[in-house]
Ligand binder design. Structure first.
Ligand code: 7TS
Length: 404
């Protein structure tokens, strides 16, 4: 199948818009992706024709809403190859999913002296909740350092694992540098010492298929909005025995079996972790995004994205004042330009309709490790980007340079 990106782009109405009176060149996909019309339609259809609360009422509309909502959970389960949709917990996004594990598993299972192993590449969402756990339990945070080539130092990681290591929490792809971390090796090392593993897949799900059983991680977390779905919906996948052993985090309606003032018993998975009315529309919208992605040739999309990455890296490497940070492999490319503040550059790009992100990318410890106090400029791609988008960015940098 020949991939016709220009036809696929028509599925995303926002891409036809202008920004600052220029055609929009959207290269901030690591922050959030745009939504295809089918996702927008699913949201509208739910509110127009199916809106009712789920799991409760004995009426037709509630039955339809529940079916659509639970159908979306089944779609997520098959999308990541989870053995059972009861192991798919809805959350607000990656951040909430990590907090759920931190507060339910971390706060209850970790003790003083236990070690939590993170990496230098982590987004704040996979750092701060563990610091809270460490502060409350006396657990200790250890960090996998970078090599001289700015990769995760696997040899150093091997030296950091011990029988004190109780949890490994690492990102699948670094949001700041677009580097794919060696999670398979790290998971194997964690298993060898009996540590629980959490993979932050926020930046991976939009770029290639995920198989949680093949990875054999204990938890995998991601956000719908980074894979062409709505904001405010995300997923915690977990191994059944761990999820069953974990206490509820938030409590209230929907998550109980029986309540009396003397005693409350909690619901089964996944409901035990889903207190209150969930983001029904968001879940249904994410289901529509999965249907949309599943209808495309994902291998061809990945190949197209790789070609865009190559075009961008080649173009940047011909610019003597540009320094590419790390070894970008998927999604994002971070770079700095000598003597130019990233924010000034982004403003000049924005005037040309080009959307990128600048700064620390919610990865301040990584920026400190790389000695990049002003952060970087980050261009991040999705499959609907085109060679013209990359050419526009490269030309935009040349034009911006005239101002410095
Ligand atoms: N983990 C990673 C690796 C991320 O890239 C992000 C968001 C999060 C966690 C948090 O996801 P959320 O949906 O709960 O907010 N990353 C970015 C980014 O790179 N630019 O804006 C948000």
């Amino acid at each position: 199948m020949i991939l016709d990106i220009n036809t696929l782009r028509l599925d995303f109405p926002i891409l036809a818009q202008t920004a600052n009176d220029q055609p929009l060149v959207y290269l901030d996909n690591a922050a959030t992706t745009q939504k295809p019309q089918v996702v927008l339609d699913a949201l509208e259809y739910y509110y127009q024709s199916q809106n009712a609360n789920v799991h409760r009422a004995a009426h037709a509309l509630s039955g339809q809403a529940t079916q659509a909502f639970e159908g979306a959970r089944t779609k997520v389960a098959s999308f990541i190859n989870a053995p059972d949709s009861a192991q798919v917990i809805w959350t607000r996004g990656t951040t909430e999913a990590i907090n759920l594990v931190a507060y339910s598993f971390g706060m209850h299972s970790l003790k003083a002296g236990d070690e939590i192993l993170l990496s230098t590449m982590e987004h704040h969402a996979n750092i701060v909740p563990w610091q809270q756990v460490a502060a409350a339990t006396g657990a200790i945070i250890k960090v996998i350092p970078l090599t001289a080539d700015d990769e995760l130092d696997i040899e150093a990681a091997a030296g950091l694992f011990s029988d004190r290591t109780k949890l490994l929490a690492v990102s699948h792809i670094s949001n700041a540098l677009g580097m794919i971390n060696p999670i398979k090796e790290l998971i194997t090392m964690a298993k060898a010492v009996g540590a629980v593993t959490l993979i932050d897949g926020a930046q991976a799900v939009g770029h290639f298929p995920i198989d949680v059983q093949a990875l054999d991680c204990d938890f995998y977390v991601f956000s719908g909005h980074k894979m062409f779905g709505p904001t405010g919906i995300g997923v915690l996948y977990g191994k059944r025995e761990l999820l069953e052993a974990m206490p509820p985090w938030q409590t209230g309606g929907e998550m109980i079996k029986k309540v009396s003032f003397a005693r409350t018993t909690f619901g089964e998975l996944p409901f035990k972790f889903e207190a209150g009315t969930p983001n029904i529309a968001g879940a249904i919208g994410l289901g529509a995004a999965i249907d949309y992605l599943s209808g495309l040739d994902r291998a061809a999309l990945a190949k197209h994205e790789q070609a865009l990455m190559k075009q961008l890296l080649t173009g940047l490497s011909t610019m003597p004042d540009v320094r590419i940070i790390g070894r970008p492999q998927a999604g994002a490319v971070s770079f700095v330009i000598d003597e130019v503040h990233p924010q000034d550059l982004a403003t000049l790009l924005d005037m040309q309709g080009i959307a990128v992100r600048t700064g620390h990318h919610c990865a301040m410890p990584l920026m400190q490790a790389l000695d990049l106090s002003q952060g970087t400029i980050r261009a991040s791609i999705a499959f609907y980007n085109t060679p013209d988008d990359i050419a526009a960015l490269l030309a935009g940098l040349d034009k911006a340079r005239e101002f410095f």
